[in-house]
Every structure is written in structure tokens, then in C-alpha cells.
Design a protein around this ligand. Structure first.
Ligand code: ZN
Length: 224
């Protein structure tokens, strides 16, 4: 074997994306969708930047936008559940909770096996934890919340995230308005320029060696 070929072979054997201690990660999460053009615009922007995110979807919206739901999965993003009706899960009885979860699962694209449930508003309790656990789902909270749903000012959302975000954080956003999508893409560009990697929540847990256990609650995955 010629030396150049040998060097090439050795180079190919080295995993290109092996995480190092200096690498920093953030998981962006988007609640309440899929919506129409907002989710499409967000997906276009994420694809352009080769970035993956996590979408916590509502059942009644998956029913309305099955093609966008399928696109989210096909493009390698993670899908989690956000309830069927977006009703307050902490006020539901066990039968209602089971139905909310089952009706969402029925609408997911084939082969999509979600790991997380994020109850609307993050409102949980013993019943919600029990229903999630029995469905094989962990609960997903967050630790950076720019309250993007309460403003149409994208810069305000960008600043709220970028001034707080740290390695291992889960950021809460919504793909439900132009300002949220605009802010999300600026946040992605800024974090990428700072050397962060944007990954799904399950990827982040795996990178940090944190097992995802059904019924447990997760909000961030800091470096150990
Ligand atoms: Zn919500």
C-alpha cells in the first residue's frame, strides 16, 4: 500500500465527530406545533444550517398538519409529545391522561418512538408522571425560557436566551410566530459561531451519559 493511501485509511478510521471535553452543546425545543408556515420556515432554516432540534407536538395540530409532522421526523429532528388538546394535564384524571397520550401516539409517523412528554405549561404531578411512565415516556422540562410566546420582539427573545444559555441547557421556544422563528435562527447562528453544537434532547442526554428513565423529569444535561 502506498503511503498516501495508508494515511488516508488511518484518517478515515478516526471518528470525525468524537466529542471532546471542550465541546459545548445546547438543545433547542419547540412547543405547540406543528403550525403551518412558521414550522416550514423553521425547518428550512434548520436544514440550511444542518442543525437538529426537538419538537414537542400537540395531537390536534398533528391531525391538522400531518405532512409537516412527517417532514419533522424525516429531517432527523426529535419528536416528543405535548398532549393532544394542549389542556392542563395536572387537572386531568388518569383515564383522560392515558387518552391524551394514546391519541398523540396514534398520529406519529411510522417508526417514530418518542422518549419525552412535556405537559403544557410544564404542569405535572403524580398522575401525569404515572401516565408518562406507563407509556414509556420521561418528562421534559427546560431551564432557559425566553417567554417567546408573549412578545413579537425577536431581539428580546434572542437576548433572553443568549444572555443565559450554558453548556447542556434545554431551551424552550415555540414555532408559532414569525418573531419566534426569526429569533430561533439568530440564536442558532450565534451559538454556532461561539462553537456550540445544536443537538436533540436525546442526543444531548447520550453525549452526557444520562440514561432517560420513563416517569423521571429532565431539564438540562450539564457537563460532569
Ligand atoms: Zn404549550
Amino acid at each position: 500500500m502506498k503511503l498516501t493511501a495508508l494515511v488516508l485509511c488511518l484518517a478515515l478510521m478516526i471518528p470525525a465527530a468524537a466529542p471532546t471535553e471542550t465541546e459545548r452543546y445546547v438543545a433547542l425545543t419547540f412547543d405547540d406545533g406543528p403550525s403551518g408556515r412558521f414550522t416550514r420556515r423553521l425547518l428550512d432554516g434548520l436544514m440550511e444550517r444542518e442543525v437538529k432540534a426537538t419538537f414537542l407536538l400537540c395531537g390536534y395540530r398533528m391531525r391538522q398538519y400531518p405532512e409537516i409532522t412527517a417532514r419533522i421526523a424525516a429531517e432527523g429532528h426529535e419528536i416528543g409529545l405535548h398532549g393532544y388538546s394542549h389542556g392542563a394535564m395536572d387537572a386531568m384524571n388518569r383515564a383522560q391522561l392515558d387518552r391524551e397520550i394514546r391519541d398523540c401516539l396514534d398520529l406519529l409517523p411510522e417508526g417514530c418512538a418518542p422518549a419525552f412528554l412535556r405537559p403544557p405549561g410544564g404542569k405535572s404531578g403524580r398522575e401525569v408522571r404515572g401516565a408518562a411512565e406507563d407509556a414509556g415516556l420521561a418528562l421534559l422540562a427546560w431551564d432557559v425560557d425566553p417567554r417567546d410566546w408573549a412578545t413579537s420582539n425577536a431581539q428580546q427573545v434572542e437576548k433572553a436566551v443568549l444572555s443565559k444559555v450554558r453548556d447542556g441547557d434545554v431551551v424552550l421556544l415555540h414555532d408559532m410566530s414569525d418573531s419566534s422563528v426569526e429569533a430561533a435562527l439568530v440564536i442558532v447562528d450565534t451559538l454556532l459561531s461561539q462553537g456550540f453544537r445544536l443537538v436533540t434532547v436525546s442526543q444531548l442526554a447520550q453525549i452526557r451519559g444520562v440514561p432517560i428513565v420513563p416517569g423521571r423529569n429532565y431539564s438540562r444535561f450539564p457537563p460532569v
